[in-house]
Design a protein around this ligand. Structure first.
Ligand SMILES: NC(=O)c1ccc[n+]([C@@H]2O[C@H](COP(=O)([O-])OP(=O)(O)OC[C@H]3O[C@@H](n4cnc5c(N)ncnc54)[C@H](O)[C@@H]3O)[C@@H](O)[C@H]2O)c1
Length: 355
């Protein structure tokens, strides 16, 4: 597998580097204690790879149950309590071994414990490798709202090993792929062309594809680390997608993050077209591509107004207006686009009727 290295601000992202480099990096930090945050699945499938490394005997596992439903304050309390019990001080290190839930929540717990201890992201899902582990956004869900409590803090290092994806369930792989689609649509037309050639996600050579998709996020995040401007384009698909995700999280059949974002991207492409930023042929191209990969979500027309209520809580809103990042053609995006509620509803109807 080919090695790649990208730097973002003060930290590096190493893709498929030798594990010894991770060990050397940790040694250089001279941590007083090392904890490894895992969920049941990453303990089973990913931890054996790390624990086989020589130096890991003194690493202590902190286990939490898997899934977005546990990305909350109760789980944080559990993690902070474990760190207290283990005698963590400000020189202790937390390794977040898992997907976006582990990375966001483990990073949040580390960044707030004793005013902040160092942490390393070791992302194990496609979603976290291509998106969540980069850019310093950490947080948890609160009061039924996605990522409503959190902060920005950079990790010491992001260590990506695409071999972890071998055990990832196909549905999770497909979910993560939606953030790659988003990166292509907002900023990299050539990546969009490449993605369209892919026949079967199970056969993709991720170590080849990941660096290009990551470079898009790196470029955007570096130019605007605290989301004052350009970084908002990364929210394409997320204003409506997060509302759908939050709503379905309350029911019996929650959607995975990337599945909700895929639906959100169809709705927000429709809005882009409605505002004259995208043409009809481009809208069709995007919708047909996403429909080919993702199943239609279980939403009925009656619940659509409820989704607007979720959007009214969106972190990006200003002065009571719901703000969007929308496509300006394929491969470019505009942010701070205010859209009327009536059009948001129409975009959701478009999804229900055409996808
Ligand atoms: N911080 C950011 O910038 C950012 C960006 C995008 C998404 N996110 C967040 O990321 C989260 C979604 O991340 P996710 O999709 O990785 O979810 P996740 O962390 O819940 O992981 C998905 C599932 O895969 C399992 N898993 C993880 N790695 C595995 C492996 N290698 N083999 C087998 N099973 C494995 C997990 O246990 C879990 O059941 C959301 O909470 C979202 O808000 C954050």
């Amino acid at each position: 597998m080919e090695e790649h290295k990208l730097s973002v601000g003060q930290y590096d992202i190493l893709i498929n580097h030798d594990w010894q480099e991770l060990l050397r990096f940790i040694e250089h930090l001279q941590p007083s204690k090392i904890g490894v945050l895992v969920d049941d699945n990453t303990e089973r499938d990913c931890w054996p790879i790390l624990s086989a490394l020589n130096h890991s005997q003194n690493w202590t596992l902190i286990r939490i149950p898997p899934g977005e439903v546990h990305k909350n304050l109760d789980t944080c309390q559990f993690i902070w309590t474990r760190m207290m019990e283990l005698g963590f001080d400000r020189h202790s290190l937390l390794l977040n071994l898992g997907g976006g839930v582990i990375g966001d929540m483990g990073g949040f717990c580390a960044a707030t414990f004793k005013r902040g201890i160092p942490f390393i992201q070791i992302p194990t899902t496609l979603l976290s490798q291509v998106d969540a582990s980069i850019g310093g956004k950490l947080g948890i869900d609160f009061a039924d709202l996605k990522n409503s409590i959190g902060l920005f803090r950079d990790p010491e290092l992001v260590f990506i090993h695409t071999g972890f994806l071998a055990t990832l369930p196909a549905r999770e792989l497909r979910s993560g792929f939606s953030e790659m689609i988003k990166h292509a649509l907002i900023a990299e037309q050539s990546l969009w062309a490449t993605l369209q050639q892919l026949e079967d996600l199970q056969q993709v050579n991720w170590s080849e594809l990941l660096p290009g998709a990551l470079a898009v996020k790196r470029r955007v995040v570096e130019s605007d680390p605290f989301e004052k401007g350009l970084r908002k384009i990364l929210n394409f698909g997320h204003t409506i997608g997060h509302a759908i995700e939050s709503y379905l999280l309350q029911g019996k059949d929650p959607a995975l993050h990337g599945e909700a974002i895929a639906a959100g991207m169809i709705c927000e492409s429709w809005l882009s077209c409605e505002l004259g930023l995208l043409n009809e042929a481009q809208l069709q191209e995007i919708r047909q591509y996403i429909d080919r990969i993702y199943p239609k979500l279980d939403l009925s027309a009656e619940v659509l107004p409820e989704l607007i209520q979720y959007m009214q809580q969106d972190k990006k809103n200003q002065g009571g207006h719901i703000q969007f990042a929308l496509l300006e053609g394929i491969g470019s995006a505009a942010y701070d686009q205010v859209v009327e509620q009536e059009d948001i509803l129409k975009s959701l109807h478009y999804y229900l009727e055409h996808s």
